[in-house]
Design a protein around this ligand. Sequence first.
Ligand code: HEC
Length: 207
Amino acid sequence: MHKHFKIAGISAACVALAGCATMMSDEEAARQALTVMKASFAERGQAKLSRLDRDDPQATCSVGPEVKIPREVQERIEKQQTALIKYPADGKFIGDWRQGERIAQSGVGMQFTDNPANPAGGNCYACHQMSPQEISFGTIGPPLLGYGKLRGNSEAIQRYTFGKIYNAQAYNACSTMPRFGHNRILTEEQIKHLTALLLDPASPVNQ
Ligand code: HEC
């Protein structure tokens, strides 16, 4: 009895780990993992199961650190993502840095408990140091302190900064920074406020 139980346990673990006895291709393992995730996650509010479906850059970049993604594949993704950026129709990239600071600080939005009718935040501080006053920040992304002071405020820098926040993968194929505009997390106006936060000489980022 005891022995049977043990054997059953081992075979269940093999299924969970996707194949101890038989080798499985990466595609097959990924397909099975997705099936398990789809069966075990429940849709709630705005958090739909479609969030498990990966687009081209996500699927291409979701590989182990040992896999080197060829430069030409990265360039293809960057070109494709750049073409998806919607720049402001009025040609203005700079909003109000005060509002930008509030958006950068806010981590609400996109969760099943959030009302999708309310604007989301950018949660930028979760990954970036941005103003010298704020002592709580993450370090997944580079510090952005003095960003505008270092780069100036040219049209090209404004366009790059807006585009980077809109779609980080346009500039770095496998960036782990969320694609705020592309994925409709932030509006064009909110991205302008964040661009101002990074570039306005009066903003705390540039003190
Ligand atoms: C999950 C972590 C994460 C979040 C959240 C995040 N970023 Fe980033 N960001 C990164 C990483 C990692 C990089 C560096 C790699 C790259 O260039 O994509 C980066 C790069 C950048 C750059 C380019 C810096 C340069 O020197 O050119 C800018 C600008 C930027 N982030 C702005 C923002 C703003 C504004 C927000 C909030 C709306 C934000 N980020 C939220 C991770 C994040």
